[in-house]
Ligand binder design. Structure first.
Ligand code: DGL
Length: 265
């Protein structure tokens, strides 16, 4: 493995771009290899078996393209495939998921009651809840599936009155009453963070996981002595089905020269 190989990142669509952006900000010398499985989006409504299958195919693709580390930039996929991929590639390539790093962050803070919002697959897996309770038995965890949000964002509906209405409707659920912090357990949600903050008006800490994940990636690369300090190579963005909103979001994040390649796995 060489330091100048790219960081492989995947998600079902544009959500993982929020993680890619955070990695890019923290590690500006690293080049990125990104796969958005837009053809199968939303993962959150798919069976664990399907999500596993897609994730394994994508992991193989990214490794074949030269990735030096794999980042599962999707909570739905991390919920059902993190351990599987971690074990499968042990000794070959490290895998970073999005759940454990955020759980560690939450337990390190003085939070007594925390809300988790995510897709049906993520919330149904109970991963956050189980890990949080394992590390801090006194913590109260309320999990709420918010399945309309990821497809809404993927379609480019954010920062408008329609998205704000849907967000407000979910967040006003009585079960989230009294939380001190809310974990955005879907990598699409940083794109609606402003609207979530607006709803809470500083009463609740909104935990966006992107920087936490970027730090976990840096730590892994550091430990493996794989941090790249030389000139940054070219980033590559792949999707399984071209969508306009993916292109638009990528443009906003990385500049207009970004080329998106469609590829069927
Ligand atoms: N970005 C994915 C996640 O973090 C969810 C989107 C989807 O359902 O495909 O869970």
């Amino acid at each position: 493995m060489k330091k100048n190989q790219p960081i492989g990142i995947f998600d079902s669509g544009i959500g993982g771009l929020t993680v890619a952006k955070a990695i890019s900000n923290l590690l500006p010398n690293e080049s990125l290899l990104y796969f958005g499985d837009t053809e199968h989006m939303p993962y959150g409504d798919r069976s664990a078996e399907h999500i596993r299958q897609y994730s394994e195919n994508i992991a193989e693709f990214l490794i074949a393209k030269g990735a030096k580390i794999l980042v599962i930039a999707c909570n739905s996929a991390s919920s059902v495939t993190y351990q599987l991929l971690k074990d499968k590639y042990k000794g070959q390539i490290d895998v970073v998921g999005v759940i454990s790093p955020v759980v560690d962050y939450v337990v390190s803070k003085d939070i007594k009651k925390v809300g988790i919002i995510g897709t049906k697959a993520t919330i149904g897996s109970k991963n956050h809840e189980v890990l949080l309770k394992e590390k801090k038995s006194s913590i109260k965890v309320v999990s709420l599936a918010t399945p309309l949000l990821a497809p809404m964002i993927e379609e480019g509906f954010f920062n408008n009155s329609i998205s704000q209405t849907i967000i407000n409707s979910y967040l006003s659920n009585w079960r989230l009453k009294g939380i001190q912090a809310l974990v955005l357990a879907c990598t699409h949600y940083p794109l609606i963070k402003k609207e979530i903050l607006k709803y809470y008006n500083k009463r609740v800490e909104v935990i966006d996981t992107t920087e936490i994940i970027a730090n976990a990636v840096r730590k892994s690369l550091q430990e493996q002595k794989l941090l790249h300090t030389g000139k940054r190579g070219t980033d590559h963005f792949y999707v399984s089905e071209f969508t306009e909103s993916f292109e638009k979001t990528t443009d906003v994040f990385y500049g207009s020269q970004v080329r998106i390649e469609e590829i069927k796995l």
